[in-house]
Design a protein around this ligand. Structure first.
Ligand code: PHE
Length: 343
C-alpha cells in the first residue's frame, strides 16, 4: 500500500511540474498519462497486491491521479487552442456572416413550373440546337419561301448570303426533329431560348424563352387541344381561370388560334394590366398542318395532332407582374433576389 501511495505521489508531483506550451508537449503528456498505455494503468497492476481491506482506499488514491491527469490535459488543451486563435488574430466568438444564398431566376422557376404541369399529363421534354438550319426552323414547318418571318427583320442568320443557318426563332424546330425520329403517339414539350431580330425595349427583346408543345396520335381533335390548354391555365393561374380562343394564323397549324386567359388580377373585371379587357394573351396554338406531318415522315391520313407555343417571359410577367422585359437579363440582384422560393 505504501509503495502504491509513493508511486501515486511521484506521478502527482510529475504532473504538477509538467508545463505544456505547444502541441508536441501536449502529445507527450497525453501518451504518458492518458493514452492506451499510460503509466496510471501500471498502478492498477500494483492494486492486485494490496490487501483486500485496503483495496478501496488504494483505488480512490489511484483515481485521484487519474482525474488530476485528465483535468490537467483538458485545461492545457484549451489553453493551447485559445493561444492558437490569438496568434491567427481570429475571434471565434464573433457572430458569423451569413453566406448570400443564390436564388433561382424567375424564368427558370416559371419554365420548371410549366414543364411540371405538362409532365403530369404525360408530356416529355425534348431539346434541340439553338443554331438551326432552314429546314427545321422554317421549311418543314410549311413556311413558304417568301414568308416575311424568314426576312432579316425577324431572323438572325449566321451567314447573310446563304441564309441556310440561323439562330432559331422558335422551338417548333425541336418538334420537327422529334417527328423525324419518332412515330406517334408523340407527346412532347420543348423548352428553350429563341432569338428574334427586334429592337430591345420594355416589351420586346432579341432573345426570349419558349415552351412549345406537340401531341400527335390517331384522331387528336381541337377539343383535346382546348381541354389541355384549359387544364394548363387553371394549374398555372388558379382554379377560377377561364380561357378564350381567337382565330389566328400560323403557317404550321390549320386552324390556328391565339389563347387568352381571364385576367388573374382583376378576375376578368378589367384593370390596367389587362388594359380593361379582362383578358390576357398567353399563347398560340392550332391543329398541326398535314403538310408539316408529311414533311417529317408522319402519315397525315392516319395521324393528327395539335401544337402550341408560349413565351416564358410573358407567363412570368403575368405571374410576378414584371412590367419590363429587360429586367430578366440585366442581372440586377435587387430584382433577382425577389424570387427566392419560400424554403
Ligand atoms: N411557333 C409559334 C411562335 O413562335 C408558336 C406556336 C407554336 C403557334 C405551335 C402555334 C402552334 O410564335
Amino acid at each position: 500500500m505504501s509503495d502504491l501511495k509513493e508511486n501515486v505521489d511521484t506521478l502527482l508531483d510529475e504532473i504538477n511540474r509538467f508545463s505544456i506550451t505547444n502541441p508536441e508537449e501536449l502529445e507527450q503528456f497525453r501518451l504518458r498519462f492518458i493514452g492506451s498505455k499510460n503509466v496510471i494503468k501500471d498502478l492498477f497492476a500494483l492494486l492486485k497486491q494490496v490487501p483486500n481491506e485496503e483495496k478501496r482506499e488504494a483505488g480512490q488514491y489511484i483515481n485521484k491521479v487519474k482525474l488530476k491527469a485528465e483535468e490537467f490535459f483538458n485545461a492545457a488543451k484549451e489553453q493551447l487552442q485559445t493561444s492558437e486563435e490569438k496568434s491567427l488574430n481570429l475571434d471565434f466568438s464573433r457572430p458569423g456572416e451569413p453566406y448570400k444564398i443564390g436564388a433561382q431566376h424567375p424564368i427558370s422557376l416559371v419554365r420548371n413550373e410549366i414543364i411540371s404541369i405538362f409532365e403530369r399529363i404525360g408530356f416529355v421534354v425534348s431539346e434541340g440546337p439553338e443554331i438551326e438550319d432552314d429546314w427545321h426552323n422554317f421549311s418543314a414547318l410549311n413556311f413558304p419561301p417568301e414568308h416575311p418571318a424568314r426576312d432579316m427583320q425577324d431572323t438572325f442568320f449566321i451567314e447573310r448570303e446563304t441564309k441556310e443557318m440561323a439562330l432559331r426563332t422558335h422551338t417548333s424546330s425541336v418538334q420537327v426533329r422529334v417527328m423525324e425520329n419518332q412515330q406517334p403517339p408523340i407527346r412532347t414539350i420543348s423548352p428553350g431560348r429563341v432569338y428574334r431580330n427586334e429592337a430591345i425595349s420594355a416589351r420586346a427583346h432579341c432573345f426570349f424563352h419558349q415552351v412549345e408543345g406537340l401531341y400527335i396520335d390517331k384522331s387528336v381533335s381541337f377539343a383535346d387541344l382546348k381541354q389541355t390548354l384549359l387544364y394548363f391555365a387553371k394549374e398555372m393561374f388558379g382554379e377560377h381561370t377561364r380561357i378564350r380562343l381567337r382565330p389566328s394564323y400560323f403557317p404550321f397549324t390549320e386552324p390556328s388560334a391565339e389563347v387568352d386567359v381571364s385576367c388573374s388580377l382583376c378576375n376578368g373585371k378589367g384593370c390596367n394590366v389587362c388594359k380593361y379587357t379582362g383578358w390576357l394573351e398567353i399563347l398560340g396554338c392550332g391543329i398541326v398542318d398535314p403538310n408539316v406531318l408529311e414533311a417529317s415522315g408522319i402519315d397525315s391520313k392516319v395521324y393528327s395532332g395539335f401544337a402550341f407555343g408560349m413565351g416564358v417571359e410573358r407567363i412570368a410577367q403575368l405571374k410576378y407582374r414584371v412590367n419590363d422585359l429587360r429586367l430578366y437579363s440585366e442581372n440586377d440582384l435587387r430584382f433577382l433576389k425577389q424570387f427566392t422560393s419560400a424554403e
